[in-house]
Design a protein around this ligand. Structure first.
Ligand SMILES: NC(=O)c1ccc[n+]([C@@H]2O[C@H](COP(=O)([O-])OP(=O)(O)OC[C@H]3O[C@@H](n4cnc5c(N)ncnc54)[C@H](OP(=O)(O)O)[C@@H]3O)[C@@H](O)[C@H]2O)c1
Length: 487
């Protein structure tokens, strides 16, 4: 086994979670922190402060944290829970009340001397997007964004804006308070182990990287399907939709890992330099191309969901074909697909290779299956590879055979994305966070699609809940003589 060297280590700090009583903190952040604690991945001098209005004191807060660990943590070790909780605090405040910020500052100073956290503070904005700017303004107004001899960092949850204009406005605000290297923009898909594995699959295996281009690859599919609908997030989702919620962030980020050039080294900047080049190279979509290459769907019953406009045109499904205008990927289509209320929950990247040229050796009727490499991100984590062999029982036949590696089958659990991301932010490693220019170019690309939809006035196509999505998505790929690969 070879270790991937990582120079940065977790540093003493206070993690301040704005929205510490919310759903994300309960389901993801505290279970992740607890697992990091069990695995000794947190610094010894460490404290967490959850901020919210709805609970009254630390006792009540710790009870809610214990309950969330019981329900959502991949490891539960009651013996260590009390130790962990000794690092957890609650600060009741309304972030809109200016006077409470002075109290917060004092409170953090006290904790700093108690836990010897050296003045380092990491602010996690786990609140609604409209609260991002007011919080950053207050942090700046109270001088909490900088401290001589210590670091101050900001983790900002997705969504980063709702279009290019709002993203720029948000970015101006936060870069006016924190430097780019101290801003950690979360795209939690980047914390998923198998997406990180794309770089290892590519760059640690010459069998793949040497054929990773237009000469050998027929096309790529990147798909993320959910079985659930909007659940209780109707109000947010109806203003957002699948294009902004999934394509702008998770799917384009996955695409960059598949398509990027080898970076000069594995530093955060070198990797992100290459990723951003991919987004900049996306072939622009004119309104005409949007009509031909992008399918916009909505599941039947969506308009009756709670907090959703009964005449909503918001899409819950997107499928699209796009091209990358560079030498490596000339003419290779990338098909992206994502949706809610689909037949399965999965995220996969499918790389389909071209058929071998020597097909005529095996007779004119022979239909050889193309080689397939499938990177399975969730719920299974693994790699599937299909290739052709002579059938030993029936030597006249060639048959496709499969190698299927599954890391988490058989009950093994992998670290959650938020474990890795919190660990990295505490260590100051921004490799798995999106840099501003990546966000900016993604919005530019996505905005052209959103504008084309808006100007066309067309309705999304309705697809049955629990199906594989609209028939138009199958047509999109079938027109090119291809199909969505199903393992
Ligand atoms: N939930 C997820 O799975 C998920 C996934 C990806 C991204 N996100 C993003 O993460 C962020 C948080 O989502 P969430 O689902 O956790 O939201 P949520 O459950 O609605 O929680 C919102 C949090 O904000 C706090 N809050 C609201 N107004 C406040 C105020 N005036 N003063 C102090 N605290 C205030 C609430 O505390 P009190 O009610 O106690 O005041 C609560 O802790 C959002 O940006 C969301 O888009 C969430």
């Amino acid at each position: 086994m070879v270790n991937i060297s990582r120079e940065l280590q977790p540093e003493p700090c206070i993690l301040v979670i704005f929205g510490g009583t919310g759903d994300l903190a309960r389901r993801k952040l505290f279970p992740a922190l607890f697992n990091l604690y069990l695995e000794k991945q947190l610094p010894e001098q460490f404290a967490v402060v959850g901020i919210g209005r709805r609970l009254k004191d630390r006792g009540e807060y710790l009870e809610s944290i214990v309950a969330s660990i019981r329900e959502f943590s991949r490891k539960t070790d009651p013996g260590h829970c009390a130790d962990f909780l000794s690092h957890v605090h609650f600060f009741q405040m309304d972030i809109t009340a200016t006077e409470s910020w002075d109290r917060l500052q004092e409170y953090l100073l006290d904790l700093d001397s108690k836990y010897h956290t050296q003045g380092n503070q990491l602010y996690y904005l786990s609140v609604a997007p409209q609260q991002f700017i007011p919080i950053v303004d207050q942090l700046k107004a109270h001088g909490m964004n900088r401290a001589a001899g210590s670091w101050r960092r900001l983790i900002i949850e997705k969504p980063f804006g709702k279009d290019l204009t709002s993203a720029r406005q948000l970015n101006r605000k936060i870069t006016g308070a924190f430097s780019e290297s101290d801003i950690f923009r979360i795209d939690h898909y980047l914390g998923k182990g198998m997406l990180q594995n794309i770089l290892v699959i590519r760059f640690a295996n010459s069998v793949f990287e040497d054929v990773w281009n237009y000469k050998y690859i027929d096309h790529v599919q990147i798909r993320a399907s959910e079985m659930v609908g909007v659940e209780d997030r109707g109000a947010y989702y109806d203003q957002t939709g699948a294009l902004r919620d999934m394509v702008q962030s998770h799917l384009l980020q996955s695409l960059t890992l598949i398509a990027m050039e080898p970076p000069v080294n594995l530093s955060a900047e070198a990797i992100r330099d290459e990723k951003v080049k991919v987004i900049r190279s996306l072939a622009p979509l004119t309104p005409e191309l949007v009509r031909k290459q992008v399918v916009r769907g909505q599941y039947a019953g969506y308009r009756q969901e709670k907090d959703v406009n009964p005449n909503s045109k918001t899409e819950t499904f997107v499928a699209m074909k796009l091209y990358i205008n560079n030498f490596r990927w000339a003419g290779v289509p990338f098909y992206l697909k994502t949706g809610k209320k689909l037949a399965e929950r999965s995220m996969e990247v499918v790389v389909q290779f071209k058929k071998p040229p020597g097909v005529h050796y095996f007779g004119p009727e022979t239909q050889l299956d193309p080689n397939l490499l499938v990177i399975k991100v969730q719920p299974e984590e693994g790699v599937f590879f299909r290739f052709n062999l002579k059938n030993l029982d029936s030597p006249e036949q060639i048959q496709p055979v499969e190698m299927d590696f599954c890391h988490n089958c058989g009950g093994k659990t992998s670290p959650e994305a938020y474990e890795r991301l919190l660990h990295d932010a505490i260590s100051g490693d921004s490799t798995l966070f999106t840099r501003w220019d990546e966000v900016e170019y993604s919005w530019r690309f996505v905005d052209t699609i959103a504008e084309a939809w808006q100007n066309s006035g067309e309705e999304p196509v309705i697809y049955p809940a629990g199906s594989w999505g609209p028939a138009e998505a199958s047509e999109l790929i079938k027109r090119d003589g291809r199909k969505w690969v199903r393992l």
